[in-house]
Design a protein around this ligand. Structure first.
Ligand SMILES: [Cu+2]
Length: 148
């Protein structure tokens, strides 16, 4: 197939049209933007990245393992790392959590992960930290939870 001048424009190739559509679909007012709802949990924002999390069990207990359900926008963002520490005590957890991707419910919607194997072994302020990669940048999102 011969390429004519100007064939690099988006109208030339169906694949290119699709890529452009996906790239633009994150911007309003086009359909089905990546949104996080109340059922996804507490939301945090850093740069272009939005993250919602909830724990299972909902009330984290001292010395008991727990799981996190994490949902991230925009679509295509990658959860690289999850960790927790007690900044006042300068220590982390004694366990390394594992990150498992969950199947996406719909294209263009939130990306979801389950994080297993967290355990907080003492009462006080814990800082949860997520490293999320998006658009060649890594954003760090943090929140504090006080364990009684
Ligand atoms: Cu401590």
């Amino acid at each position: 197939m011969k390429r004519s001048p100007g064939s690099h424009s988006c109208t030339a190739s169906p694949w290119c049209v699709l890529v452009c559509w996906v790239a633009w679909s994150g911007l309003p007012p086009t359909a089905q933007a990546c949104t996080l709802g109340a059922r996804d949990g507490a939301t945090l924002q850093q740069g272009a990245v939005q993250l919602a999390w909830r724990s299972s069990p909902a009330a984290i207990a001292n010395g008991q393992p727990f799981t996190l359900q994490v949902a991230v926008c925009p679509a295509g963002a990658q959860l690289l790392r999850v960790d927790a520490s007690m900044p006042e005590h300068r220590h982390g957890m004694n366990y390394r959590p594992t990150i498992k991707p969950l199947p996406a419910a719909d294209a263009g919607g939130p990306v979801r992960w389950q994080v297993d194997g967290l355990l907080w072994h003492m009462a006080g302020r814990w800082e949860l930290r997520w490293d999320v990669q998006h658009g060649g940048k890594t954003e760090v999102l943090r929140t504090s939870v006080t364990l009684r």
